[in-house]
Design a protein around this ligand. Structure first.
Ligand code: NAP
Length: 320
């Protein structure tokens, strides 16, 4: 007999929505919050694309509301991190960072994905104050202002093109002399008169001149080492995301980029293990889509625990 019926790992919109639905389904879920409680929205300021808040809501406030709502229906929240997970045997076993062992009949993985940062210090320090990793979330704040996008892949081109709807000028800073992005995205970016490029260069520093808001970047040419300062108001870092799936490697099917593979909703290849949010979605990556898949995962878990048919396409547990 397991300690828990459902354990949810992760406390972003996917995890907390799964908890809300599982709690309302009387499954008394345990949600393990993780070290980055609240997920990526904790790094955002105003969220204007969460339905229901016509004037927007601050990211941390939205997460606090979701957490309180999940608790209101009986979700137990553990402010802890998971050290190991074993889904090879039932019930599934989780060991916390402090050594506590928990067993569960069903598991929802909502550990998210982490945007990659430049790791130059000033980029993280000014996150939410002109530095962003999400154009859809924050582009609107840069109406009529000059900004930079860092990266040369599809995400960077997509964000640069999207941001031209708001910004007066978008400067793409890329470390090589050619883009990694697909030809069609490159063509679109090159054809956009608001986008220009700084090649073979990296962002060495993000400046705020004591204002607490971005005032410019320092760009280093990688071949000559020459530094130059570019005055601008925003920096969008689009150098990829890393799904937080290290705990599950070798136990759950992951795609080539490390994202959990889901079938028919939120089911993984291991019956009883479900995945929701950015850990299984590198396409939409929105808070509202993550929350939607969290709802689906809770319903899928409830049906699994009730022994209801899971439908066609379920595969048996395999270890990669
Ligand atoms: P990506 O393809 O891995 O590209 C990351 C880019 O960031 C590369 O240009 C890379 O430079 C650069 N980069 C990585 N680390 C860096 C660092 N520390 N400093 C400076 N630059 C750095 O990631 P992505 O663009 O997020 O795309 C991920 C996947 O999603 C891809 O398969 C992509 O095709 C797909 N995607 C598709 C679409 C679409 O079709 N609409 C949109 C978005 C994403 P290098 O080129 O030098 O490695």
């Amino acid at each position: 007999m397991a300690d828990q019926q459902v354990v949810i790992i992760g406390s972003g919109p996917a995890g907390l929505t799964a908890a809300l639905y599982a709690a309302r389904g009387n499954l008394k879920p345990l949600l393990i919050e993780g070290l980055e409680a609240g997920g990526q929205l904790m790094l955002t300021t105003m969220v204007d694309n969460w339905p229901g808040f016509r004037d927007g809501i601050m990211g941390p406030d939205l997460m606090a509301e979701m957490r309180a709502q999940a608790m209101r229906f009986g979700t137990e929240i553990l402010e802890s991190d998971v050290a190991t997970v074993d889904v090879r045997q039932r019930p599934f076993t989780l060991v916390m960072g402090n050594g506590r062992r928990i067993t569960t009949g069903a598991l929802v993985i909502a550990t998210g994905a982490s945007a990659r940062w430049l790791e130059i210090g000033s980029d993280r320090k000014l996150a939410g104050h002109g530095v962003s990793t999400c154009a859809t979330c924050d582009g609107y704040f840069f109406k009529g202002r000059p900004i930079a996008v860092v990266g040369g892949g599809d995400s960077a081109m997509e964000e640069a093109i999207y941001l031209t709807k708001f910004a007066s000028k978008v400067t793409v800073v890329h470390r090589r002399e050619t883009l990694r992005a697909s030809k069609i995205m490159q063509d679109k970016a090159f054809a956009n008169p608001k986008i220009d490029f700084i090649w073979e260069s990296e962002v060495a520093d993000v400046k705020d001149v004591g204002k607490g808001e971005v005032t410019g970047i320092v760009v280093r040419h990688l071949k000559t080492g020459q530094l130059r300062e570019l005055p601008l108001d925003g920096v969008f870092i689009a150098i990829g995301h890393t799904p937080n799936t290290a705990l599950f490697t070798g136990q759950i099917d992951l795609d080539a980029n490390g994202y959990i593979v889901t079938h028919h909703g939120t089911r993984t290849n291991v019956p009883g293990v479900f995945a929701a949010g950015d850990v299984q979605d590198h396409v939409y990556r929105q808070a509202v889509t993550a929350a939607g898949s969290g709802c689906m995962a809770a319903i899928d878990a409830e049906r699994y625990l009730e022994g209801l048919p899971q439908g066609a396409g379920e595969t048996q547990h395999t270890v990669a």
